[in-house]
Design a binder for this molecule. Structure first.
Ligand code: SAM
Length: 226
């Protein structure tokens, strides 16, 4: 799968994704990433990308005649183009799973007061938000979407962890609690069952823990499952 991120601040996206498991997946070629400076399509000597809003109001709006060539430069026939907006559809694990089936995701990051509405109306396939708050730009949203999607792709996690057991996966519950060495720390002991060597009982205990935690902290998920 390939991701292309369009941004005014390429370093904000490029740097963080070069680390840890996604960084290794990029190096190994399990995932491809392009980060593109929208300003390369800016207008005139100053590479202008924004202008004052028609009708008045505060802030600057990113121009459609800049974003159109920026998107066209990376778009392929099989691309899915996502624009980040606080008003977009809320990103979640289901959306990450859907994105992970696509060959090419283009992520467009806004800045300033936002983006000329004609970009949403004519140039993208979907608008996405990562939550009900306003960020200064779409770069953090791009990082969230690339990370959550890429880790679902074959080869990215290796054997280190299994995405199918995790919170929000098809199990419908949050994940069970994890413990590692030491067996006891400051009097806080690891549950005996995990040291029993009885895999059947450990599995049953984990399922019950996952169910109870989901009901306690995310009753909405528990209701969805039943
Ligand atoms: N004036 C806009 C509004 O009230 O909806 C907010 C613009 S915000 C300051 C600038 C850019 O940050 C947006 O165009 C979008 O790309 C990105 N952004 C801000 N909050 C976001 C969120 N919750 N999810 C995804 N992107 C977000």
């Amino acid at each position: 799968m390939r991701f292309d991120v369009l941004t005014l601040f390429p370093d904000m996206v490029e740097g963080p994704l070069r680390h840890s498991m996604i960084g290794r997946a990029l190096e190994a070629g399990h995932v491809e990433l392009g980060v593109h400076d929208i300003r390369a399509h800016g207008l005139g000597r100053h590479r202008t990308v924004d202008d004052a809003p028609f009708g008045g109001g505060s802030g600057m709006v990113m121009r459609v005649d800049v974003l159109d060539p920026a998107i066209a430069a990376v778009r392929r026939p099989d691309s899915h183009v996502v624009l980040f907006e606080p008003s977009g559809t809320r990103f979640d694990q289901r959306m990450a799973e859907r994105f992970a089936t696509l060959p090419h995701l283009v992520l467009v990051c806004g800045h300033y007061e936002g983006i000329d509405a004609r970009v949403r109306e004519h140039l993208v396939d979907e608008t996405v938000s990562i939550g009900d708050y306003v960020l200064t730009g779409g770069e953090y949203a791009a990082l969230v979407v690339v990370d959550a999607t890429a880790r679902l792709l074959p080869g990215v996690l290796g054997n280190a962890t299994s995405a199918s057991d995790e919170s929000f996966s098809s199990s419908g519950t949050l994940e069970y609690p994890h413990y590692t060495r030491p067996r006891e720390y400051r009097g806080w002991a690891v549950p005996d069952i995990l040291l029993s060597g009885n895999h059947g009982r450990v599995d049953a205990w984990r399922r019950e823990q996952a169910r109870a935690r989901t009901e306690a902290v995310r009753p909405d998920l528990a209701r969805e499952k039943s």
